[in-house]
Design a protein around this ligand. Sequence first.
Ligand code: ADP
Ligand code: ZN
Length: 733
Amino acid sequence: MTLDSTDLFGALFDRRVVPVLVPMPAPRPYSYAVPEGMAVEPGSIVQVPLGPRLVVGVVWDGDDDGMVDSKKLKEIEKVFDCPPLTRDMRTFLDWVASYTITPPGLVARMALRAPTAFDPEPMVEALRLTERRPERMTAARERVLATAGDGFSWTRSGLAHAAGVSSGVIDGLAAQGVFETVFMPPPPVVAVPDPDFAAPRLEGVQKEAAADLLAAVEDGKFSVSLIDGVTGSGKTEVYFEAIAATLRAGKQVLILLPEIALTAGFLERFQDRFGAKPAEWHSDLAPRTREKVWRQVTTGQVRVVAGARSALFLPFEELGLIIVDEEHDPAYKQEDRVFYNARDMAVVRGRISAFPVVLVSATPSVESRVNGEVGRYRPIHLPTRFGDAALPHLGVVDMRRHPPERGGFLSPVLLNQVGKAIGRGQQALLFLNRRGYAPLTLCRVCGHRFQCPDCSSWLVEHRFRGQIQCHHCGYSERTPEACPECGTLDHLVACGPGVERIAEEVERHFPEARTIVLSSDLMGVKRLRLELEAIARGEADIVIGTQLVAKGHNFPMMTLVGIVDADLGLANGDPRAAERTFQLLSQVTGRAGRTGLKSLGLLQTYQPQHPVMQAIVSGDSDAFYEREIHERERAVLPPFGRLASIIVSADTRSDAEGHARGLRNAAPRVDGISVLGPAEAPLALIRGRHRFRLLVHGRRNSDMQSFLKAMISSGPKERGSVSVQLDVDPQSF
Ligand code: ADP
Ligand code: ZN
């Protein structure tokens, strides 16, 4: 046998080959060669060629299996000067990928969401005092010297500002050699929080709760605590203590919030306690800020992040605590590309890195509540509101006995209370979780209903804009004057209420009142923030809003909350409907009476005996949970059983249904796991895509992931327009 000379050469000068995870839906990393002299390690963030493009990837773990001829491999183009992803982070990303059955590259991409942040930020030019003194002293120059005499370096504008002089004064001094130019790292995006800046004096139960929590946090091991307490009981004050303890221990903190972009009040409150704001992380950040935050989180300059669910994938230098506030909130579930629940994945992240996780809610999810009861989580209760703030008095308005006037939706009972509240100079909130003017428009003559051309949903009239819109795909058209079916003019009728229609009714009854409608389609995030602040300052009498107003805001003068349609969320057949409605209504009514003022919450309902209404009005949430938990246990639904949903979509109905059937037939036989469907998905058509759904139901200990993988791999391949989405632990079922 003769050795080919090129093989010999290859064997002698074998290049190092490493696996690199690229942001692609591939099942595993690709192999790349490391150019001579380049230092990479697992976790290094690199740039690699992929087809005609250069992409950002991460050097992954594991030996390259050596099957590929290294001479034919492409080389890593560049290693970024940026801390590598830690082993824990890599383990976490792998874990999320395998739990959600998502290609790992797509999960890793979530950790790299700051395209140009991988190179260090450029140094900033600064000035430092030399030994030399100015030839002639002036009052302005003296101020500059006094300010800069602290030995630190200053930016030109920073120094001018601090000394209260024009930048010309500084330039003059620099020209005389009084200052020299130095380069320093860019300033941090936020100041460093001080755990002892303004510690509150906790009272009675709060003290016990904090001591309980601190025992877990100071232990520094993995644990999950569930703080369960009514709105206004001091849950935030108590978990701030856990944050302080973690900061003292030199570790970073992540606070997850469901609507961070709208909770500016939270940042201020944090600043009052810790003397500095946390860094924000959400999709509305300016790209430059986003990159700075990402970078400074990896280097440890940023100590605390308050963020939306995606903040869970930030590569912290050394994370030591995660708080999940409003842990029951559906906003924690992402249902796009990577289907994950940030609440659950936060617990996983804590377990992998062995640090405590704290879940917080006034109305915990049934899952967390059960975990608390069986001892998997440590329950911490705060049963009463802090100080003299009392919970609002709550009552139902039986709409069968107190119907609204013709064409209206507000009962005289509720209107009467609104009048009283604003008469006292206080505020009223009317809550209806429905945007627009009316959910359905039809022609009185022929019965034609306006439907979205691309979705199986009605078009919603938005009268303020003169449009009818689809809430699923964004399709919109001008509200027509004539019926497109029969041509009759001016015979279109609006059916049912949206917030805009309620505003009209309020206007009729209280023409003098200052009314604000808060709805995401009427204003952007910035405007919303301003409106919320204006309301908190008392610059509105009546607020009409969708679920935007439910979250976290503190309106001191709000003494009446009216739920326009408490039955709304109960109408669909989802087994989670009661839980969701209970959580949402509790949260909304919790907006009232945050200060010492007496307050009232009224629920308009046609089913006053419904367990959800009873639970809210009686304040007996325990009874409600007990019932819900019993129901779930009986039906082996989460957390007593496991669910996954498979949505098959395609351009034609028959392709979608056929593929779904094929998958169903490919399901392996496994004891304890069954497949239901295919049936039309709850929204059978979205954006012109027909959708069918399979529901997979298993026992608590079933291996759902193996089952799903077997089903997908032995079922029909995705072809043509067909696409398949897996959702492990779906929100609705
Ligand atoms: P929750 O998070 O349960 O809704 P908060 O922590 O927001 O409750 O507390 C409600 C209000 O009471 C806040 O304005 C908070 O500053 C105040 N508060 C709670 N506990 C204390 C305390 N021990 N000392 C001073 N103010 C407190
Ligand atoms: Zn549509």
